[in-house]
Design a protein around this ligand. Structure first.
Ligand code: M6R
Length: 615
């Protein structure tokens, strides 16, 4: 979603802003703009569409040192036009702002604070009017921003330029809608939505917390708390590198990331699964955290929260937490969780799964859990992200940057992190036998090669993709661990191919969805080895009896679907508890193959953003 970059210092500002925005492109956007302080006025340049449209407007410009802000916009209020792109200014042009998030009461604020005509349809523009109006009343810039934060309802991040203070940038956060990180370097001071935009320039960062306001000058930063007190904070020293990710030999990032999954599994297992002793060990990760052995013994229930693909990881993880961890576990869609007044206490373990660590709904759920003093673990792919700062313990995925909007490799890594944590908790609570521990470790260690086998069979999946690419509707069915796999298969297909796809528990089928079945709505059925194999067989029979076409995912050596299904996709035989891993990879390839047949923008599907920072 929206990306923010700002700089004040001795280096040429416009390349810093454009390069920073380029690094934030992965978040998803549909227009972009920059605001540069030139003398005592602010020059705003904006363009709809790709960043290259904006960059081309600077081709013959001389870059100068100074102060500026940049923004990539993911439209919420108003179409993705250049008029609605940020920065927005007040009519006098004194103030310019870039904004990420939503101002919920923007209409009321427009009535109260308008300093002239509005030139966009956005909720954001009014913030520039408000700040300018308060400055005109004699307020200081910081106090004008503070009042603006207080009056504006919602959650957002904001960076502000005031043309009468050319060496100053103000950065502010309200609630949890997209982070802001301030970077310090010898040449100047930076601010951005996340570290990836700034790692080229510095490794020394301050994260702004909700409610905080920072004043950035070329050689200093002052942070004020929500109450207006100056905050002293140790800088965070980033140790990870900005991996320059390219597509390599692959036509799309999605394909590259699907093909990386065997290696991702190896890194997920390394250091946690010991193949010599056949044991699991996360003690170094737990050591020194608030989740001590005593607290682990006292856990009475576990709640798994996440959104989209990460929520599907949670649904798989629930099986592991109950079966191996011995803990009653529920899964919650993070966006629903906060609005249903959940009953929580300090013996509840909340595990959030979020590849970005910045998903607004997941962060809001974590805030709710924090208020109830729950123990919190976050499973995240982004070092330093907001979720890692909220949780008592972070299990980092180490899956490398995931650029494709459709999540693939981080799902597999999240599932393995949940598997590992379940085994570790079961062991610590003495509910897991060493036989089951050893069996799970041995079986997990076979997964990288199982995934390689699925990848090696991708041509078969692409053949099936070609056969069904013209279908406009799909049904995905699974039971037990196959149910989240079916949901993920449907989500992946609709995201990248824009085909209407529904994921259901196969047991639910007769309660309504079966009415949809005909030969124009193929069903993908997850029928791999496990407790519900026979049930899936009869569900497939029922679909065939109604003229439906079926693509079955089956375990190597199982011929029971040969005569029944229209197409069988054979997957390596793994422990049924780990069955989601090869099945998910197969469904990723199917979705990718169909989208490729349809010639779509696979890595950046329409309307979607990689990091979802608004509700
Ligand atoms: O960064 P997160 O894991 O918190 O993101 C959650 C969802 O927005 C994300 O999984 C989304 O559903 C993906 N586009 C799925 O491919």
């Amino acid at each position: 979603m929206c990306g923010i970059v700002g700089y004040t210092g001795l280096d040429a500002v416009e390349p810093i802003l454009l390069q920073g925005l380029e690094k934030l492109e992965y978040r998803g956007y549909d227009s972009a703009g920059v605001g540069l302080l030139r003398g005592n006025s602010i020059e705003v340049t904006r363009a709809s569409g790709k960043l290259s449209n904006l960059a081309s407007k600077f081709e013959n410009e001389n870059s100068e040192p100074g102060t500026g802000i940049g923004h990539t916009r993911w439209a919420t209020h108003g179409a993705p036009t250049s008029e609605n792109a940020h920065p927005h200014q007040d009519p006098s042009g004194r103030v310019a702002i870039v904004h990420n998030g939503i101002v919920e009461n923007w209409k009321e604020l427009r009535a109260k604070f308008a300093t002239g005509e509005f030139s966009s349809d956005t909720d954001s523009e009014v913030l520039a009017h408000m700040i300018a109006a308060l400055l005109a009343q004699g307020e200081s810039l910081v106090s004008a921003v503070r009042r603006t934060l207080n009056e504006a309802a919602g959650a957002f991040s904001l960076v502000i330029l005031d043309s009468s203070q050319p060496d100053v940038l103000i950065a502010a956060r309200k609630g949890n809608a997209g982070g802001l990180v301030v970077g310090l370097a010898d040449d100047g001071t930076y601010v951005a939505s996340d570290m990836s935009a700034l790692l080229t320039y510095t490794r020394k960062f301050f994260f702004l917390e909700p409610g905080e306001i920072a004043t950035l000058k070329p050689s200093s930063v002052t942070i004020y708390s929500e109450e207006g007190r100056e905050v002293t904070r140790q800088p965070y020293q980033a140790t990870h590198d900005l991996t320059e990710v390219g597509k390599g030999q692959y036509p799309h990032y999605m394909m590259k990331e699907i093909y990386e999954q065997s290696d991702v599994l190896v890194s997920s297992l390394q250091g946690r699964y010991n193949g010599l002793s056949n044991t699991i060990d996360l003690s170094t990760e737990f050591e020194g955290s608030a989740i001590s052995k005593d607290r682990i013994q006292g856990i009475t229930r576990c709640l798994l929260v996440g959104m989209g693909t990460s929520m599907h990881a949670c649904m798989v993880g629930r099986h592991y937490l109950e079966r191996f961890g011995g803990i009653p576990t529920e899964v919650d869609n993070a966006a629903e969780f906060r609005y249903r007044r959940p009953l929580l206490d300090s013996n509840t373990l909340v595990i959030s799964v979020t590849q970005s660590g910045e998903t607004v709904d997941t962060l809001a759920a974590m805030d709710e859990a924090k208020r109830a003093d729950c123990l919190q673990i976050t499973i995240c792919n982004t070092p330093g992200a907001q979720s890692t700062r909220l949780a008592d313990l972070s299990l980092l995925l180490g899956a490398g940057a995931e650029i494709s909007v459709a999540s693939t490799k981080t799902l597999l890594a999240s599932i393995m992190a949940l598997h590992a944590v379940s085994l570790f908790l079961g062991k610590a609570r003495e509910t897991l036998t060493s036989e089951i521990e050893a069996e799970q470790v041995v079986n997990a260690l076979q997964l990288p090669s199982a995934v390689s086998t699925v990848l090696g069979n991708s041509e078969k999946l692409f053949e099936v993709a070609r056969k069904y690419a013209a279908s406009e509707h799909f049904l995905f069915l699974g039971r037990g661990l196959g149910y989240p796999v079916a949901l993920e298969g449907a989500l992946k297909l609709k995201e990248v191919s824009y085909i209407h796809a529904e994921g259901y528990s196969a047991g639910e089928m007769k309660h309504g969805p079966i009415a949809l079945v005909n030969d124009a709505m193929p069903t993908v059925a997850v029928c791999t080895r496990g407790d519900v194999h026979e049930k899936m067989l009869s569900n497939v029979e029922q679909i065939k009896a109604r003229g439906g076409r079926v693509i079955s995912l089956v375990t190597d050596g199982d011929d029971s679907f040969d005569k029944l299904a229209d197409d069988c996709i054979t997957l390596p035989d793994v422990d049924p508890a780990l069955g989601p891993i090869p099945s998910i990879v197969a469904l990723q390839l199917l979705a990718y193959g169909i989208a490729r047949e349809r010639g779509l923008d696979i890595d950046q599907p329409r309307n979607l953003a990689k990091t979802v920072t608004v509700e």
